[in-house]
Design a protein around this ligand. Structure first.
Ligand SMILES: Nc1nc2c(ncn2[C@@H]2O[C@H](COP(=O)(O)OP(=O)(O)OP(=O)(O)O)[C@@H](O)[C@H]2O)c(=O)[nH]1
Ligand SMILES: [Mg+2]
Ligand SMILES: [Zn+2]
Length: 287
């Protein structure tokens, strides 16, 4: 019998198969294969429904949060509490590119801001780089209809800092999900990590994953990966004069040229410089 892993807690898998959720362990043979089932995996369960006996090949794999077979990542950021951050948005868009998974952006807490110009600016920057941006209020439900359709028939994952409203968005989409909602802490500048585990929720021919919020220190990127996978850089970096160009002070750099032509927004390039200055060299790690 085939199924999909929708949850995992203390080594016990929740597998949805033919409309029923089974709680099962996984057989040890996965160690030989070098894979252990994770949420999102398509798996085979044995005839008496007591064990996962095989895991099918993955179409994609994301380490943080750990999830397989994603069609898209929905990066969720709030406009306020916590404040929107270009820095984090670019960081996570780069991460999605590195993993070859499409990403879209959802901005929440529209009801908490009156600064419509800022929203337009954010939209323009990311639209220019080829990303769709959705703006919603989980409270008033403004903008929610536009967001609903992006989840249909796909496996999607909500990724974002703690407190931005990932679980609230799911409840706004369907109150029956009944996701537990945390509090925003002014002192911490984020939520208090209300969602503890990644879980897949069925939605119109697909699934939406609610995930634990990340903290801003969670993800470490390397300079080389940023130079290659930063949003829109894939169009340029192969044609830079130096094959290991970091697009900072090297001559004949196509990224710098695109910046001068206005094809890359200044705010994106500034975010790149900051991310690159914080990152370390992969080569120095000896990989
Ligand atoms: N005003 C307003 N508040 C919101 C909105 N979305 C979420 N919130 C509030 O933001 C806080 C955090 O919401 P959650 O949905 O728990 O955030 P989360 O992203 O799931 O957080 P973690 O599970 O910790 O990662 C709660 O107090 C929500 O009521 C919104 O659109 N508008
Ligand atoms: Mg949550
Ligand atoms: Zn370059």
């Amino acid at each position: 019998m085939e199924g999909i892993v929708v949850g995992l807690r203390c080594g016990v898998y929740s597998v949805l198969s033919e409309g029923v959720i089974f709680r099962l362990p996984a057989r040890g043979l996965f160690r030989n294969k070098g894979v252990k089932p994770v949420v999102g995996d398509k798996v085979l369960i044995n005839d008496d429904y007591s064990m996962i006996i095989d895991v099918f090949e993955r179409t994609s794999f994301l380490k943080r949060p750990t999830i397989a077979n994603l069609d898209q990542i929905l990066l969720v950021f709030s406009l306020k509490e916590p404040e929107f951050s270009y820095h984090l948005t670019f960081k996570y868009l780069t991460y999605a590119n590195m993993n070859n998974i499409k990403a879209k952006i959802i901005l929440t807490k529209l009801d908490k801001t009156k600064d419509l110009e800022e929203i337009e600016n954010i939209k323009n920057v990311f639209n220019k780089l080829g990303y769709e941006v959705f703006v919603v209020s989980n409270k008033t439900k403004e903008g929610l209809e536009e967001v609903r359709h992006i989840f249909k028939n796909k496996i999607s994952c909500l990724v974002g800092q703690s407190g931005v409203g990932k679980s609230s968005l799911l409840n706004a989409i369907d109150p029956e999900y009944d996701r537990s909602i945390g509090e925003y802490s002014k002192a911490l500048g984020r939520g208090k990590h209300e969602t503890k585990e990644t879980i897949l929720l069925p939605y119109e021919g697909g699934f939406i994953a609610d995930t634990p919020g990340f903290s801003s220190l969670d993800l470490e990127l390397f300079k080389e990966d940023l130079a290659q996978f930063f949003p829109s850089f894939d169009k340029y970096y192969l044609d830079c004069y130096f094959s290991n160009c970091l697009h900072i002070s090297e001559p004949k750099c196509l990224v710098k040229q695109a910046l001068e032509n206005g094809d890359i927004p200044q705010i994106a390039y500034d975010a790149y410089l900051k991310l690159s200055s914080e990152a370390i060299y992969k080569s120095k790690r000896g990989y």
